[in-house]
Design a protein around this ligand. Structure first.
Ligand code: NAD
Length: 476
């Protein structure tokens, strides 16, 4: 198997190509790096049929066996880690350290989710009567993933779906399908045929999935706009949905922090993965007493960070992943310039090749400016000044999003009191982006519905079933 050519879909345990293909582009060079299969309706139907056929036997296998096989998926990724890291950088753009984090995380998630199980709950066990609630797999699950962390977010869906006894049809983003297709290829002959099917195509393929009567649940990570469409079309057969959507996360920096040390943490909080991160710190609220010092320290640290082709040594941050997102960021920067915002750093896009946006830091733009209210999903960060804690809590919550937030303070107890009032699924205090397969993650408000990770996340791949048995009733 050559990792860097011959991309095929995986259906019923075998490789499948298509008559039509589309291009995968390296965002650092704009070179076409692969022809990607474009599934038509007949291929889609085959994938669904295969997942449906595989479900009865897979769902009846003991948890232990399913767990072992999911753990093996982690081994497969680990055995091919170097190739995955290179391919991920080529298709997504992220630099080496980021690619290592994602591939390492994918291995860890397979192994850790494979340790999870949902034990039956004996709610009542009295003389002659038992009430027992257990969890049943749903059937065929549809997984739809975005282009910022293509393999890790696929694993976040595949691992719990399979451990819980479902089969899955997985569709990567058309912008980053390659690692997911190779992952599917590696699983052939390891998983029973049809348990994991990987198909590639455009957004239309996603729509077919959300309408398909044979799919019982959609697990989706992507934008809020698409999440709304999915929720609407999934209503046809009352699909279960887990939606992990956009965010516009506030970071609140109190005046008692060590400015130099915090500057570095905050830089990566905001710019990791070139800020193409649902939980990137996207609005940085800094107390006025340290605003100037922290802004200066952030800019000084940012000047030490190298943006470039992630395949080159010494590069810390890669390009924007695709031309569409690149154009959105150009438009956002133009809006800031038009409105006379003060740029502390960056803002100027050089001619290509490559979709490069420099690290850009904007000095206290108005709270209602687009760069503050919109999810930039790129390396454009507004610094915002505050004096009063009540005011900053109100401003942090003044958004339709509610994915995550962070608070930075030497007084962790005080920070915790603030955290309790922030409307978000996760609030980190003095650290950020520390995810775990065993910790619930999910958004409030327009950032999503449902949970990934933890036993709560696993339970979302099941229906609850209660059996009430009365052995004393006078029925005979
Ligand atoms: P997107 O919504 O454009 O696309 C995501 C996926 O949905 C792709 O696979 C796409 O092909 C598919 N799709 C598009 N239209 C569809 C439709 N009508 N029906 C079904 N599927 C459809 O998102 P994106 O631009 O790839 O990702 C960026 C967004 O994802 C950002 O908003 C980011 O915050 C969010 N995100 C959220 C999380 C989280 O965990 N909450 C994680 C990563 C990214």
């Amino acid at each position: 198997m050559d990792f860097f050519s011959d991309y095929t879909m995986t259906i019923d345990g075998a490789g499948v190509s298509s008559a039509k293909t589309f291009d995968a582009v390296n965002p650092a060079t704009e070179a076409v790096i692969a022809a990607v299969p474009d599934a038509d309706r007949a291929i889609f139907d085959r994938a669904i049929a295969s997942a449906k056929r595989a479900f009865p036997a897979w769902s009846e296998r003991p948890w232990r066996e399913r767990q072992d096989l999911v753990s093996k998926l982690g081994d497969l990724i680990e055995q091919n880690a170097e190739d995955f890291i290179r391919l991920l950088t080529m298709e997504q753009g992220k630099a080496r350290a980021g690619a290592e984090w994602e591939i390492g995380g994918s291995v860890a998630w397979c192994r850790e989710i494979a340790k999870q199980a949902l034990e039956p709950d004996m709610v009542e066990n009295t003389d002659g009567r038992t009430v027992e609630t257990s969890r049943m797999p749903l059937g065929v699950v549809g997984g739809i993933t975005p282009w910022n962390f293509p393999l890790l977010l696929a694993v976040w869906k595949v691992a719990p779906a399979l451990v819980a006894g479902n089969t899955i049809v997985l569709k990567p983003s058309p912008f980053t399908p390659l690692c997911t297709l190779k992952f599917g290829e590696l699983t052939r002959g390891v998983l029973p045929a049809g348990v994991l099917n990987v198909i590639s195509g455009g957004n239309e393929l996603g729509e077919w999935m959300t309408r398909c009567e044979d799919i019982r649940k959609i697990s989706f990570t992507g934008s809020t706009a698409t999440g709304r469409k999915i929720m609407a079309s999934a209503s046809g057969n009352l699909k279960r949905i887990t939606l992990e959507l956009g965010g516009n996360d506030p970071a609140i920096v109190m005046p008692d922090v060590d400015v130099q040390a915090t500057a570095k943490e905050l830089f990566w909080a905001a710019f990791q993965n070139s800020a193409q991160f649902c939980v990137a710190a996207k609005r940085l609220y800094i107390h006025e007493d340290i605003y100037d010092a922290l802004a200066e320290a952030l800019v000084a640290y940012a000047r030490t960070v190298k943006v470039g082709d992630g395949l080159q040594q010494g590069v810390d941050l890669g390009p924007i992943q695709n031309a569409m997102q690149f154009e959105k960021l150009k438009d956002l920067l133009a809006d800031s310039k038009k409105n006379g915002h003060h740029f502390l750093l960056g803002g100027k896009i050089e001619d290509g090749p490559g979709y490069f946006v420099p690290v850009t830091i904007i000095d206290n733009p108005p709270e209602d400016s687009r760069v503050v209210t919109e999810e930039a999903f790129g390396p454009v960060l507004p610094l915002l000044k505050f004096r009063d804690t009540e005011d900053v809590i109100r401003r942090a919550n003044d958004t339709e999003y509610g994915l995550a937030a962070s608070i930075w303070s030497a007084d962790a107890d005080r920070a915790r009191k603030i955290a309790q009032r922030i409307e978000a699924g996760t609030v980190w205090i003095n650290e950020i982006h520390t995810f775990s397969p065993h910790v619930a993650f999910g958004g409030h408000k327009q950032s999503g519905i449902g949970i990934e990770n933890s036993l709560h996340g696993l339970a979302e791949y099941t229906n609850s079933k209660t059996i009430v048995t009365n052995r004393m009733a006078p029925v005979s």
